[in-house]
Write a protein that binds this ligand. Structure first.
Ligand code: PBG
Length: 313
């Protein structure tokens, strides 16, 4: 290999035309999924517009706008009117997400649903309780029931995010033809704060460390991915994204399935807050972050910037 002064790496950085030619990673709106929150009433969020809440009625207009902007996919989260111990609102035929799905049907939009109980349980945990413990196996059937109800209401893809062992298999058994995006490596992260506020899904006691992954582990993430592949997942997902780029890279190298990453609410909020303080330029920081997530190996990204990206790209 030649070295300086024969090699001068700056030659290809001289103009934007040259930089465009040799760019290795590009952002394309096709590779982004916009999260949408739907609840009994719309609720604006001035600081974090990506976490605004829509009503079933206002959701249609929002979806139309997204389609017009070129957004291809959304992931739906529901905030029910009432919660109970089991989270029965999650699989209610007339539940909030089921109604939203029926409202959205017929549009050129891939409809993904988050399958979890935490927004629907009065205790805010992602599974049913046995004492103070989350009962893994008893939760599986409820998650599968939820996924089936989503598909019956029009979901194209289901994405289980609860982190119970065996949930992908339980859903796959009921839904042989539905794509499953598995939140395979979902870490017990401090970066979900703004989401939990928006979705009213913070646990009433304890935390999620008994089922979500320890942030210190990467080999374990690969074992989670392996299990999900064996159980019939179509897409693996790593979440959060930015603090876990090494995990994205490791999963990319090991598995041939499409790989997704969730650029979570706290990652979005950090940049929004810093930009509001004048510490950084939001657009530059967001584009750089999303490029890094793709460079690490994600094929597509769930991001609260998806709507703004449509303008930026
Ligand atoms: C539901 C769920 C959560 C997120 C996505 N699905 C919250 C959690 O696990 O506490 C977080 C997404 C975000 O922070 O943007 N279990």
């Amino acid at each position: 290999m030649s070295s300086f002064p024969v090699t001068r790496l700056r030659r290809l950085r001289r103009t934007s035309g040259l930089r465009d030619l040799v760019r290795e990673t590009r952002l394309d709106l096709d590779d982004f999924v916009m999260p949408l929150f739907v609840g009994p009433e719309a609720l604006a969020n001035d600081d974090l517009p990506g976490l605004a809440r829509h009503s079933v009625e206002s959701l249609g207009a929002e979806a139309d706008e997204l389609v017009r902007l070129g957004v291809k996919a959304v992931i739906l989260f529901g905030i029910p009117e009432e919660k109970d111990d089991e989270g029965s609102g999650a699989w209610d035929e007339d539940g909030i997400v089921q109604r939203a799905l029926r409202e959205l049907s017929g549009r050129e939009l891939v409809l993904i649903t988050d399958v979890c109980l935490c927004e629907y349980t009065s205790h805010g945990h992602c599974g049913v309780l046995k004492g103070e413990e989350i009962d893994n196996d008893a939760t599986l059937e409820l998650l599968a029931r939820t996924a089936v109800s989503h598909v019956e209401a029009g979901a194209d893809v289901v994405a289980p995010s609860d982190m119970m062992d065996g949930r992908v298999g339980a859903i796959r058994e009921e839904l042989p033809d539905t794509p499953i995006i598995a939140y395979s490596a979902k870490y017990a992260s401090a970066f979900y704060g703004p989401f939990r506020e928006a979705a009213e899904s913070a646990p009433a006691f304890g935390d999620r460390r008994g089922y979500q992954m320890d942030p210190a582990n990467v080999r374990e993430a690969l074992r989670e991915c392996e299990q999900d592949v064996a159980e019939g997942a179509d897409v693996l997902m790593i979440k959060p994204a930015l603090p876990y780029l090494d995990v994205i890279r490791a999963a990319r190298e090991r598995f041939d399935l499409p790989l997704a990453a969730y650029n979570v609410s706290g990652e979005y909020a950090m940049v929004k807050a810093a930009a509001a303080e004048g510490f950084l330029d939001e657009r530059q920081a967001a584009l750089e972050s999303l490029t890094a997530i793709k460079r690490a190996g994600a094929d597509f990204v769930i991001s609260y910037w998806t709507k703004e990206l449509a303008d930026w790209l």
